[in-house]
Every structure is written in structure tokens, then in C-alpha cells.
Design a binder for this molecule. Sequence first.
Ligand code: NI
Length: 202
Amino acid sequence: MKKHLLSVMVAAGLASVAGNSLAYEAGDVVVRAGYASVEPDADPSSSLKGLDVDDGDALGITGTYMLSDNIGLGLLVATPFNHDITLDGVGKIGDTDQLPPTLTLQYVPQLNLGGFQPYAGIGVNYTNFFNEDLKGGGDLKLSDSWGVAGELGADVQIGQNWLLNAAVWYIDIDTDVKINGSKVGSVDVDPWVYMIGAGYRF
Ligand code: NI
């Protein structure tokens, strides 16, 4: 997925050379939709050694509202991501759904790169876990998480208002794990999130 995203961005950068100027302005709204993948880099507490969280994918939707010519307010939302929960030597022991809405303040540099418009953001993520399920029975509950999120992305103009987009986030997501009401440990989920899609500038 990482290599894939990189080649899309390189191709998009080359394609943009012939494009018109995309320069964003205060008041612009950009809405994008596409394939999003949440790829955890899970680090469980010692009491949950061997536990891992697999990748999940969903429909991602992002928006940018330009507060000035250089600063945007960015929002990431999605349909629910489903992740398998696995244990070393055992395999799948359960799964969970989650929604990770993320709000960022974006720096949108005016680089005059034709139709190629990169941006970088930092902000806050709230992740809600739900539909947690343990294969072997028992009531699994993962606590919700507030954390910092960083973001890099780029839009490539493909028409008067249409664009292609690629973006990546690193999000600090930590959750407490409860089984039958008792805390049994915690997991730093800390995923990379990738999205490729198309967008429209209003
Ligand atoms: Ni963390």
C-alpha cells in the first residue's frame, strides 16, 4: 500500500505539469472521497503480549475549508473500519469496528506548481471502538481514544474543479482493553492511514 501510494503521487505530480493553477483561496471548500486504509502499528501492554490488530479499509471522506489563502481546516471521516484482532500462534481471536474522525489545521503552501497542491496538517483524533467481539465468548470493550494526528496530502487538478488526492495520516490511538468489565491491559494502536480518491473544489 505504501509503495502504491507513492507511485500514485509521483504519477499525479507528473500529470500536473500540464495543469492549470490550482491555487486555493480563503473561503474555498474542497471535498474528497476515496479508498481509505487504516494500518495499525500495534504495541500491546506486556499483559497482552502477542496481540495484534490487522488492517481495515473503508470509504474515506475528507474536506478542507480554507480559513485564509494558506491555512485550511481539514476533516477526515469514514464509513466504519473493521479490524481483526489476532494473537501470535493462535490467529484471529476477535474483531472490532471503529470510526476515527480527525480534525486538522492544514498549511497549504502557494508553490505555483501548476495543478499540484500539497498540504500538511496537525490536529486531533477521536476514535470510537464499537461492535467489539471475542470469538471465544466474553464481553470485550475497547475504550475510546483522543490523540494527536499528523497529515500529509496532495491534490492534483484534473479539470476546472475536479482533482485527484492522495493523503497519509499518522494517528496516536491508545485504548484500554476490558474483558467482562475488568481491565486486562492496553494497546497502542497508532496507525498509519492512507487514502486515495477524487475530489471537487467548490
Ligand atoms: Ni500511542
